[in-house]
Design a protein around this ligand. Structure first.
Ligand code: PLP
Ligand code: COI
Length: 352
């Protein structure tokens, strides 16, 4: 793929402290456009700026959008690396297939990511827990209101130097289990990383925030009985010595951090079971003290201990609201590999 590059003549001032998450953007962004019958064209890296779209564009009216999230990490030796980027390339295509947006060749996805981060390399921060969060996204741009298959689309990547996703950092977060709204059902778009899933989550998210909770833990959309995932992360528990996580049955996102946690734990000799976990089982374990640890995992959230769970009018405290041993082990090993402090025996990292 030939990528034209227009460098900025007006560099943005870099933030010096308190990056937070997703608040600042780098000097450049990647764009390419798709037209059915012609394919992808006009791949370009341009100065970061607002974009102009037709007001009838499919993305605005019918939610034709999928996205990804991954990070570029600054190693202690100054080099930059990605964590399992090919998994994001595959997942965006899997998500795109669900809502019939065009596929992006994996090598083009990787080239776009690499050239953009090379150009904005000095934006990859080096502070503790900081990284360059990369947001590839793909959306429909057809300029007509009829409901029909998508003929025009755009793929973009923007980059945001970021720190911790939660203000709590590695401290335990408080999560509300939602039993009214649902996020996804099997056969729907739950497994796809598409914007509409997040729009459907807003109301419960606001309810949780009003009650003082950080995010929502979803139950399945059919029986409202089985644990699914948290707003921006997959979830894992240690119950009576067993490490468990909800199995992938079409309604939850197949997280890359989830997959990495499972592989890491198994490599360290732990057994991990992917199965259905009912809210009754979880509540019983919280009542009788066998819920030893709970944590969420995701690219933005990394590994995040869950200190409190709220369900049906009751707040349960987990592990004295402290990070547990398995959560800590995962956090240390995963972040160790991502930032290059530990040897990557899995072959997950890709140097820039
Ligand atoms: N579940 C949801 C709903 C998410 O938004 C995310 C974040 O991307 C995850 C899980 C974790 O996925 P990953 O580990 O691939 O970032
Ligand atoms: C990520 O972890 O990359 C996400 O997409 C989370 C996002 C919804 C804030």
């Amino acid at each position: 793929m030939n990528i034209s590059i227009t460098k900025t003549t007006n560099p943005i001032e870099k933030p010096t402290k308190d990056l937070g998450f997703g608040k600042y953007f780098t000097d450049h962004m990647f764009i390419m456009d798709y037209v059915a019958g012609e394919g992808w064209k006009d791949a370009r890296i341009v100065p970061f700026a607002p974009i102009s779209l037709h007001p009838a564009a499919t993305v605005f009216h019918y939610g034709a959008e999928v996205f990804e999230g991954l990070k570029a990490y600054r190693r202690a030796d100054g080099e930059i690396q990605f964590f399992r980027p090919i998994e994001n390339a595959r997942r965006i295509n899997n998500s795109a297939e669900r809502i019939r947006l065009p596929q992006i060749p994996e090598e083009d996805f990787m080239q776009a990511l690499t050239e953009l981060v090379k150009l904005d390399a000095d934006w990859v921060p080096s502070g503790n827990g900081e990284s360059l969060y990369l947001r590839p996204f793909l959306f429909g741009t057809d300029d007509a209101l009829g409901l029909h298959s998508i003929k025009k689309a755009r793929f973009m990547i923007i980059c945001s130097p970021s720190g911790s996703y939660y203000k709590e950092g590695i401290n335990p977060v408080k999560i509300m289990i939602e039993d009214e709204d649902v996020r996804a059902v099997r056969g729907g778009t739950g497994y796809a990383k598409c914007g509409g899933n997040y729009a459907a989550s807003n109301r419960a998210g606001e309810k949780a925030a009003e009650k003082g909770f950080t995010q929502v833990l979803w139950l399945d959309g059919v029986d409202r009985k089985y644990i699914e995932e948290v707003g921006a992360m997959n979830v894992m528990f240690k119950i009576g010595g067993e490490i468990v996580t909800p199995s992938l049955e079409g309604s939850i996102l197949p997280g890359i951090t989830r997959k990495s946690c499972i592989e890491l734990l198994r490599a360290k000799g732990f057994s991990v079971t992917e199965r259905k976990i009912s809210i009754d089982e979880l509540c019983a374990a919280m009542e009788n003290g066998t819920l030893e640890e709970a944590w969420g995992c995701g690219t933005a959230a990394v590994v995040s201990p869950i200190g409190q769970l709220y369900y049906d009018g009751k707040t349960y405290t987990i592990n004295n609201n402290e990070i547990g041993a398995v959560t800590q082990l995962l956090y240390d090993n995963l972040t160790g590999i991502q930032w290059g402090r530990l040897e990557d025996t899995f072959g997950w990292t890709v140097r820039l």
